[in-house]
Design a protein around this ligand. Structure first.
Ligand code: FES
Length: 106
């Protein structure tokens, strides 16, 4: 298994950023003061998730509305049972380190 670190600045509360890192499109967001990182790809029909509404720790896919848990990647709804990939985020001061696991697939 290969893990590579994505280094970036911490985000302001309730903001998000899409970052390409070694071929993986990563959505990093700060919701309620906590940072999360997930692959920016819905597991239903490969739609980007970054424009989805974030509420109560869930992001809604803008296309058909499946909600994914930002922490675990687990979907809520009937359209897909496949979780989105999630990545560990460590914050040190105003810096983030996102650990991108290259071998995990969903
Ligand atoms: S493409 Fe995301 S729910 Fe259908």
């Amino acid at each position: 298994m290969t893990v590579s670190d994505l280094e970036m600045s911490a985000l302001s509360p309730d903001s998000r950023q899409v970052v390409m890192h070694e071929g993986v499109c990563v959505l990093v967001c700060n919701t309620g003061g906590t940072h999360y990182a997930i692959e920016n790809r819905c597991t239903h029909q490969d739609t980007p998730l970054h424009e989805g509404r974030i509420r109560n720790g869930l992001i809604s896919c803008p296309l058909h509305g499946v909600r994914f848990d930002l922490k675990t990647g687990e979907p809520r709804g009937d359209l897909t049972r496949i979780p989105v990939r999630t990545f560990a985020v460590e914050q040190t001061g105003d810096r983030l380190r996102v650990q991108i696991d290259q071998m995990r697939s969903s």
